[in-house]
Design a protein around this ligand. Structure first.
Ligand code: ADP
Ligand code: MG
Length: 259
């Protein structure tokens, strides 16, 4: 007996999954070192304009995850998508410099022989005037316009970090990857720079993955926290939910450790 079910209506509309493609998606990423999975089946989605904090103790696999997204480390399995397009799996790989990713690390050295302006302009394309305009815009946003022609060694640590942020954001990256970017700074400066950074990140509309081992930083900056332990994401959600409803005793301990 044949069923007489009607043909589905043809549709030209985008499939829901296409319309809702996150800016960054990683699926089932794995990385082994010496036979041990240091990143073990990690999946995440981040929308444009959203800050996700990958939070967990030292050695749990945060930086390795971030380095795979940046393209400087290859995964052993899993895929990475940007705006729904595959940029990396185990056979296909868009090189790091073509991934439209901004990077910021703790010891993110500026080029000492270049002025602040030239540091910020470093990755920029376009005419001299266009580059200058973008540099001025960003230095203004990080309140360092007056240092545009100075050299990095004239700036404090906090100021240099803000230049590094301006440099990372200058080419309008689709994704910002930040690995413990504030841990080299004085406690006294940190909260202010965190808040300023967050404001700027929101304006620039990148998907942000911020790696940190400090719960306080994640609580302050994240739209979403992904709690990582031994290579796996053990809990994920809004900061308030992750903090008030920890998944297990170890998560309680991690959040209550003051370090
Ligand atoms: P986190 O950033 O959370 O502190 P990492 O991603 O740097 O953690 O490291 C996770 C684990 O992988 C650690 O045990 C680390 O020693 C190990 N590891 C990282 N990179 C390498 C490498 N290139 N070779 C061998 N082991 C590594
Ligand atoms: Mg690390």
């Amino acid at each position: 007996m044949t069923s007489a079910s009607p043909e589905p209506m043809p549709s030209r509309r985008a499939l829901p999954t296409e319309a809702a493609a996150p800016r960054l998606e990683i699926r089932n990423l794995r990385r082994f070192f010496d036979g041990r999975a240091v990143v073990d089946d990690v999946s995440l989605q981040i929308q444009a304009g959203q800050v996700t904090c990958l939070l967990g103790p030292s050695g749990c696999g945060k930086s390795t995850t971030l380095r795979m997204i940046a393209g400087v480390e290859m995964q052993d399995s899993g895929e990475i998508y940007v705006d729904g397009k595959l940029i990396c799996d185990t056979v296909f790989r868009v090189p790091p410099e073509r991934r439209e990713i901004g990077l910021m690390f703790q010891d993110f050295a500026l080029f000492p022989h270049l002025s602040v302006a030239d540091n910020v302009a470093f990755g920029l394309k376009g005419s001299k005037d266009q580059k200058r305009a973008r540099v001025e815009e960003l230095l203004h946003k990080v309140s360092l316009a007056q240092y545009i022609d100075e050299f990095p060694h004239h700036l404090s640590g906090g100021e240099q970090q803000r230049v590094a942020l301006a440099r990372a954001l200058a080419p309008k990256p689709r994704i910002m990857l930040m690995d413990e970017p504030f841990s080299g700074l004085d406690n006294r400066l940190r909260d202010g720079i965190r808040d300023e950074t967050l404001t700027l990140l929101k304006e620039e509309d990148a998907a942000v993955l911020l790696v940190t081992h400090e719960p306080e930083e994640a609580m302050r900056m994240a739209d979403e926290i992904a709690l990582m332990r031994s290579g796996q994401i053990v809990q994920q959600g809004a900061p308030y939910n992750v903090y008030t409803r920890p998944v297990d005793r170890a998560a309680v301990g991690f959040f209550s450790d003051t370090n």
